[in-house]
Design a protein around this ligand. Structure first.
Ligand SMILES: [Zn+2]
Length: 678
């Protein structure tokens, strides 16, 4: 467990860029901004090891001691994301080879082969030197390994390791041929040595999806090994300090359920696009919370102002960083950390926001906002740190499924797993209904409603467990592109949706792909709680009923009047199948009806655009209210009374929350046994 009695507030600090006077000034500014944790030295390998085995830790010793003098804690990173030039030049095998077969040269960060034994040897040596020196430092609370893993390498080492990995997975070449169905296009192999990595050198326009899928699994497993290479060293010298790494916001590259099985805490870097919807950011937070079974996670990085690497880098509007920060806390984060503390004067990210800007003093909007947030977080202290969120709705999310679905050629290039899952999530987000993001292996008993959008790949015992879930009374929502393939991306024989067809009481004969400018309609025939007509697009399943009833039929095309959305009573529960990509309002309305049927409600009745979450026990806990609107919004707290933890004032009944503002409420002691809103 991490040493933590308050929300950690601060972020990346790169003092090797600054002279001593600036570093001293930073300490003053950090105290002024309420900073209580910094992450360092993420990119300082070259500074710490000028030549192989020649370490220079003096400057870092001083910084750590200075921080601790000011009672600022430290998340200590092994700087192994940015190897020094001598390592790349002396041992070129540490450099990655890209998909075109080009061996990259030295120059960039996150630019190493995760399977290079020399890289791993030197990374472990650096981790050991740091762990020996700082493992017991009083300021140290968290180890941070490398930075934003996610390199796909196609070098000879990776090729050889891939063959070993396949031999271990399949045992014999005959099994591999069968699983990869290599008889298609005459791709049969007779030895593991004949297997090539899927690169542009051996494929012009599309890979065998089974090969590509295994390669992506292999990269995840190799990255886990690369992480563990340092993790084990750090644990040897400081077994009580948790170890993590920061997950890049581009989460598709690595199977993070797999990665996080080996990390102590999940941590991620939240750099939303200025036009990202608040529900999409919330969904990513909930994915992070799901990675360790609901355990609180760390917000490792976000920008205190504009970014620099997007095409158009909007300034964060006044209050925007505060709102984003509370949204992280509202979804289970126990930290608010930034990249970075002081803005670099040059380099690739010189225009990336920082708490201390190029102006160099505290008289800036960003610094004032940061200091205000620091003050507020200090006030909140450790009140909800370590607490969980309870949800009765689960959403199945799976990287293997994601990769296979999007590697697949057809039926539509517009298939987007994350976007589709985020769309279903949004329907509940808009209703302030908490959702847990779950892996295939999750225990399902705690949930009443389970969403499984585009459950393309059925593997392990997931089908049997979904059946058990519905049999005991659960409601399962499945969608188009479900139940199609096995773990090797081989389509199921028999009817779609394969192992889900009995549960859904249907079979799917064909799936039509619509052009982006085409759509169809869903006609509901007056089902109570639904509008008579909605739009749908992208994909349209042609469904036969086999026990299920139609909730909506198509309005046009040769499958006009055929079922598009179905409902099947199965055991004590329901199987709901949505055989197309409906407009947002349809998903909102249908999930609303299903939640109502299960008595799943928001904590409070509120106007649109007010996000509400609860951290802590079912009865009581802390409520976060985030107004994403540019207008005031109302919420009915019922009798309460609650305490506004940011102002200390009591509140109850109907209250107004100003535009883009935040409230954090706690129910008063005597009233905690009553449900909210009563
Ligand atoms: Zn490699």
């Amino acid at each position: 467990m991490i040493k933590q009695d308050t929300i950690y507030y601060g972020g990346d600090y790169n003092p090797d860029q600054w002279d001593e006077a600036s570093v001293r000034e930073d300490m003053r500014l950090f105290k002024l901004a309420g900073i209580n944790l910094v992450t360092l030295p993420v990119f300082s390998w070259a500074k710490l090891e000028a030549d192989e085995g020649v370490y220079e830790f003096g400057w870092l010793d001083k910084i750590l001691d200075l921080l601790w003098e000011h009672r600022i804690r430290v998340c200590l990173a092994t700087p192994t994301t940015a190897q020094p030039a001598w390592l790349s030049l002396r041992y070129p095998e540490v450099l990655p080879v890209d998909i075109s077969g080009r061996r990259r040269t030295h120059g960039m960060r996150v630019f190493f082969c995760i399977n290079s034994l020399k890289y791993r040897e030197r990374a472990a040596a650096m981790a050991e030197a740091m762990a020996k020196r700082y493992g017991q430092h009083p300021a140290l609370v968290l180890w941070h390994v490398a930075n934003e893993y996610g390199t796909y390498c196609y070098c000879d080492t990776c090729q050889a390791r891939f063959r070993v990995w396949l031999r271990k997975r399949y045992g014999s070449i005959a099994v591999l041929n069968e699983r990869w169905h290599t008889s298609f296009w005459g791709r049969t192999v007779y030895s593991f040595d004949e297997i090539m990595l899927p690169t542009e050198r051996n494929d012009d326009y599309r890979f065998n999806p089974a090969v590509q899928l295994d390669y992506m699994r292999f990269v995840s497993d190799s990255t886990v090994e690369c992480f563990l290479n340092e993790y084990r060293v750090l644990k040897k010298y400081s077994p009580d300090i948790p170890v993590t790494s920061n997950i890049s916001g581009y989460i598709k590259k690595l199977d993070h359920f797999e990665m996080l099985r080996h990390m102590d805490i999940a941590g991620w870097d939240n750099y939303p696009h200025p036009r990202d919807e608040s529900s999409f950011i919330a969904f990513k937070h909930d994915i992070m919370r799901g990675l360790k079974g609901g355990q609180p996670y760390f917000l490792m990085e976000q920008s205190p102002n504009q970014q620099n690497w997007q095409p158009y880098n909007k300034l964060k509007r006044p209050g925007e960083v505060r709102l984003l920060s509370y949204q992280a806390l509202a979804h289970g984060a126990d930290s608010v950390l930034f990249f970075q503390m002081r803005q670099s004067i040059a380099g690739q990210e010189k225009f990336h926001g920082a708490i201390i800007s190029h102006a160099g003093h505290e008289n800036t909007r960003v610094f004032r906002e940061s200091a205000r947030l620091g003050e507020e977080l200090k006030k909140l202290g450790g009140r909800f740190v370590g607490s969980r969120i309870s949800a009765r709705v689960g959403l199945l999310f799976d990287w293997n499924n994601w990769w296979a679905l999007e590697n697949s050629s057809g039926p539509s290039r517009d298939i987007d797993y994350l976007k589709t899952a985020a769309g279903y999530y949004k329907a509940l987000f808009r209703r302030n209904i908490a959702v847990d993001v779950l892996p295939y292996t999750a225990e399902l008993d705690a949930y009443d409603l389970l969403l499984a959008p585009m459950l393309y790949m059925i593997r392990g015992d997931i089908a049997r467990r979904l059946e058990a879930f519905v049999t005991r009374g659960g409601v399962l929502v499945s969608t188009v592109m479900s139940g199609l393939v096995d773990e090797n991306d081989r389509c199921v024989f028999g009817e779609y949706p394969g192992p889900l067809k009995d549960l859904m009481g249907i079979w799917v004969e064909e799936t039509d792909a619509l052009f982006p400018d085409e759509s169809n309609t869903l006609l509901t025939g007056g089902v109570k709680g639904l509008k008579p007509e909605y739009k749908c697009e992208q994909l349209c399943d042609i469904i036969h009923l086999r026990g299920a009833e139609a909730v909506a039929v198509y309005g046009s095309d040769f499958y006009k009047d055929r079922p598009a959305v179905t409902l099947n009573h199965y055991g004590a529960g329901l199987g709901v199948y949505i055989g197309t990509q409906p407009e947002e309002e349809f998903v909102y309305d249908v999930l609303g009806l299903l939640c109502a049927g299960k008595g799943i409600n928001a904590p409070f009745a509120a106007g649109a655009g007010l996000e509400i979450t609860r951290r802590g026990p079912e009865k009581g806990g802390v409520f976060f209210m985030l107004n994403h609107n540019f207008q005031t919004v109302e919420v009915n707290l019922g009798n309460g009374p609650y305490t506004d933890l940011l102002t200390g004032k009591p509140c109850s009944g109907c209250i107004s929350i100003p535009p883009r503002d935040v409230m954090v409420l706690e129910k008063n002691e005597l009233e905690k046994n009553e449900e909210p809103g009563n």
